[in-house]
Design a protein around this ligand. Structure first.
Ligand code: KIV
Ligand code: ZN
Length: 517
C-alpha cells in the first residue's frame, strides 16, 4: 500500500504573507471551510503574536474547523508560544509550530546568537510548547543553508524535548532537488529517534524549484509537505498544493505516495482564494490556470479527438474542472440552483440560497448561459457582502474626458446620491463615492478578467485600494466591467470600515518584531 504524505496547508499563514494577499478573519474562515473540504491534514491559520487580527483569525478557525489539525506559528520565545497556545485553545487537534533560524548567516546577523544559544533556545521553546499543546512542530528556519551536522544536533534536541514534527525549510528558495533529498537523508539517518517523528518539507519558489524540491524531500524521507493553494506566499511563493498533489497522483509510478486531498475540490479552492485575495491566477499556471487544459494547436486537437491520453496527462474532471458547461438557465428554479451548488461543494444556508437565487436571476436576465464559474464568483462576492456597510444601488457614467458619474449608495435605510467627474468612468465613480463617505481611497491596483467564456461573460474585478495608508483588497462581479470595478471599490471600502471597527490598526501590516518567512 502507498505510504501517506500529510498535506500541511499554510495558505492562511505563509500564503497570507504574499503582498496583496492579506485576508481578514471572515475571509480566513471561508477559506478554512474550503480547505477542510479539500481534505488537507493541517491548516496553519496564522501567527497570533503578529496582531490582534491574526490572533482572532487563529482563534476563530480553531473553533470552526472539525477534522484537520489547526496550527499556529510562534518564534522560539515564551511570549509568542503562550499567545499561540491561547489562540489554539478551542482547536480539536491543535499544533503549535515554533521556529528559529539555524544557518550561520541568520544566527550571526539576524539573531546575534551562537550555535549553543540556539540549541538552548530550541530545547526551551519545544518543551514549553509541548507543556501547553499536545502536538508540536519545530522548524529550523533556513535549514537548507545550515551546516548539516548542526542541523542533526538541532533536530536531536527538538526531538528530545518533545517535538512531534521536525520541519527543514528552504526559507529562501535556494536548494535543488538533489541537495534537499540528501539533506533529509542525512538528518533522518543521523538524528537518534528520527523515526519517532514526522519530517516535513517547506519550500519557497524563488528559483521555481519549490514543487520539485518538495517531491525530492519526500524521496529523502519527508512525510509532510507544507504548501499553499495557488502557490501563494512570501516573495515568489511556496510549494503549490495543487501541483505537488497532482504530481504525486499522476506520477504514482515515480512517487508511490498518497495524500488525503479530494482533488476534485482543487478548482473550488483555487478560485475561492483568487476571489478573496484578488490575486489573479496566471493563465498558464499548472493545474488551475485557465489554459492548463486548453489545446490550441490543430495537431493536438486532432490527437485529443482520437484519444484524450495523447495530450492529456490528467483529466480536468479530476481537479474539479470540465463541468463548467452550461449549468442553469433562468427557469432552473431555486431547487436546481441549490442542488448544483451542493454538487460544487458549497454548503449554503437557506438565507444564502435565497440571496444567491436573486443574484442568479439577475445574472440570467443579463446573460442566457450561466456557468459554474459564474456561480463561484456570485457565491464568493455574496459571502463577502457580510461586511456590507455601503451598497452600490445605482451607477451611471458618461463621457470620457472628463468622465462623469452618478453614484447612489445605501447604508442601512439611508440613501446617498452624488456626482463627480474624473479621468475615466471608474475614477469619476470613485470620486463620487469619496464625496458620499468622506473617505479618500487611492486605487493602487486594478484588474479585470472574464469569469467564463462569451462576450456576455461575468467580469470579475479585483482592486487594491489604499485607505489612510492601509491597503485593502476588494472584488466585484458584473456583466458590465465598470460596474464590476466600482463594486470592487465599494467592497474594499466596506472591508476597511469593518477593520476599523475592530480597532485593530497595525496600519503598516505586521509589527517588525514579529516578522517571519
Ligand atoms: O520559510 C520558512 O522558513 C517559514 C518557517 C516559519 C516555517 O515559513
Ligand atoms: Zn515560509
Amino acid at each position: 500500500m502507498a505510504e501517506r504524505v500529510e498535506i500541511f496547508d499554510t495558505t492562511l499563514r505563509d500564503g497570507e504573507q504574499s503582498p496583496g494577499a492579506s485576508m481578514n478573519v471572515h475571509e480566513k474562515l471561508q477559506m478554512a471551510s474550503q480547505l477542510e473540504r479539500l481534505g488537507v491534514d493541517i491548516i496553519e491559520a496564522g501567527f497570533p503574536i503578529a496582531s490582534e487580527q491574526e490572533f482572532e483569525g487563529v482563534r476563530r478557525v480553531s473553533e470552526q474547523v472539525s477534522w484537520p489539525r489547526v496550527a499556529a506559528l510562534a518564534r522560539s520565545v515564551p511570549k509568542d508560544i503562550e499567545r499561540a497556545a491561547q489562540a489554539l485553545e478551542k482547536a480539536q487537534r491543535p499544533v503549535l509550530h515554533t521556529f528559529i533560524a539555524t544557518s550561520d548567516i541568520h544566527m550571526e546577523h539576524k539573531l546575534g546568537m551562537s550555535r549553543e544559544q540556539v540549541l538552548e533556545a530550541v530545547a526551551k521553546a519545544v518543551s514549553l510548547a509541548k507543556s501547553l499543546v499536545e502536538r508540536v512542530e519545530f522548524s529550523a528556519e533556513d535549514a537548507t543553508r545550515s551546516d548539516l551536522d548542526f542541523l542533526v544536533q538541532v533536530a536531536t534536541v527538538a526531538i528530545e524535548n518533545g517535538a512531534d514534527v521536525v520541519n527543514l525549510p528552504d526559507t529562501v528558495g535556494y536548494t535543488t532537488p538533489g541537495e534537499i533529498e540528501e539533506m533529509f537523508r542525512h538528518v533522518i539517518g543521523n538524528a537518534p529517534q528520527a523515526d519517532a517523528v514526522v519530517f516535513s518539507s517547506h519550500n519557497h519558489n524563488d528559483l521555481g524549484l519549490a514543487v520539485a524540491n518538495a517531491l525530492a524531500a519526500v524521496r529523502g524521507g519527508a512525510r509532510q509537505v507544507e504548501c499553499t493553494v495557488n502557490g501563494i506566499g512570501e516573495r515568489a511563493g511556496n510549494t503549490s498544493l495543487e501541483e505537488v498533489v497532482m504530481a504525486m497522483r499522476t506520477r504514482g509510478d515515480m512517487y508511490s505516495f498518497e495524500t488525503g486531498i479530494v482533488t476534485e475540490e482543487i478548482t473550488n479552492a483555487s478560485q475561492l482564494l483568487s476571489n478573496l485575495t484578488g490575486l489573479v491566477i496566471p493563465y498558464n499556471k499548472p493545474v488551475v490556470g485557465r489554459n492548463a487544459f486548453a489545446h490550441e494547436a490543430g495537431i493536438h486537437q486532432h490527437g485529443m479527438i482520437a484519444n484524450k491520453a495523447t495530450y492529456e496527462i490528467m483529466t480536468p474532471e479530476s481537479v474539479g474542472r470540465g463541468r463548467s458547461e452550461l449549468v442553469l438557465g433562468k427557469h432552473s428554479g431555486r431547487h436546481g440552483l441549490a442542488r448544483r451548488c451542493e454538487d460544487m461543494g458549497f454548503e449554503l444556508s437557506e438565507q444564502e440560497t435565497a440571496q444567491l437565487y436573486a443574484k442568479f436571476i439577475e445574472l440570467a436576465d443579463r446573460k442566457k448561459e450561466v456557468f459554474e464559474d459564474d456561480l463561484r464568483v456570485l457565491i464568493a462576492t455574496m459571502r463577502d457582502e457580510t461586511f456590507e456597510t455601503y451598497r452600490l444601488v445605482q451607477l451611471r457614467t458618461s463621457g470620457s474626458d472628463p468622465a462623469m458619474a452618478l453614484v447612489k449608495l445605501t447604508k442601512g435605510s439611508e440613501e446617498y446620491v452624488e456626482t463627480a467627474t474624473g479621468d475615466g468612468p471608474v475614477d469619476s465613480a470613485c470620486r463620487a463615492i469619496e464625496r458620499i463617505t468622506g473617505i479618500t481611497g487611492k486605487l493602487r491596483e486594478f484588474s479585470i478578467r472574464a469569469a467564463t467564456p462569451g462576450k456576455e461573460a461575468l467580469g470579475e474585478a479585483h482592486v487594491i485600494v489604499e485607505f489612510r495608508g492601509r491597503a485593502t483588497t476588494g472584488t466585484g462581479a458584473s456583466t458590465d466591467i465598470v460596474e464590476a470595478a466600482v463594486q470592487a471599490y465599494v467592497n474594499a471600502l466596506n472591508k476597511y470600515l469593518a477593520l476599523q471597527s475592530t480597532r485593530d490598526e497595525p496600519a503598516a501590516g505586521k509589527p517588525k518584531s514579529a516578522e517571519s518567512n
